[in-house]
Design a protein. Structure first.
Length: 159
């Protein structure tokens, strides 16, 4: 059974492994081996534990196995703008709606519901997916930034 829940500190090792496997398997088609390995070196269990104290960090589980992650947090301390972070799905589960489920979970979060704007740093690999989810290029800039990411945004509809 697949469901989402909030990150627990005990998830940190498994989350780091999910992220590393996803980067090495899926993102390697768009980024160099060195870039992937440098990125993995920063995305440690301690990084995710710290991230969970600053964001609403979710894991997606297939029974007890973590198969995906995603977080939403303040955009540089703003109370009205937020960012999506660390959205990853294990390669074996990609193409099955898990990524869409993660986005729906994040878009149901209280931070998203109070946001005037949401930003997401998107990898080359995930660009098309996020565009399908309604995110567009920030300031119409469709080129990669210094981190080799696209900056996308969405303006949630206020109800």
């Amino acid at each position: 059974m697949i469901k989402s829940r909030l990150f627990r500190e005990t998830d940190a090792d498994e989350v780091a492994k999910v992220v590393a496997e996803t980067l090495r398997t899926t993102n390697i088609s768009d980024y160099s081996h060195d870039y992937i390995e440098r990125t993995i070196q920063t995305l440690t269990p301690a990084f995710f534990t710290e991230k969970s104290t600053q964001t609403h960090f979710y894991v997606i589980c297939d029974n007890s196995k973590i198969i995906g992650t995603g977080a939403i947090g303040s955009y540089w301390g703003s109370q009205t703008e937020f960012s999506l972070f660390d959205i990853f799905v294990l390669p074996a589960y990609q193409g099955q709606g898990i990524g869409k489920s993660i986005i729906q979970t994040l878009e149901s979060d209280s931070f998203f519901k109070h946001a005037s704007r949401i930003e997401i740093p998107a990898s080359k690999t995930a660009l098309g997916f996020y565009q399908k989810m309604g995110y567009t290029f920030k300031n119409n800039i469709d080129s990669l930034d210094d981190e080799q990411l696209y900056r996308l945004e969405k303006f949630p509809q206020k109800k």
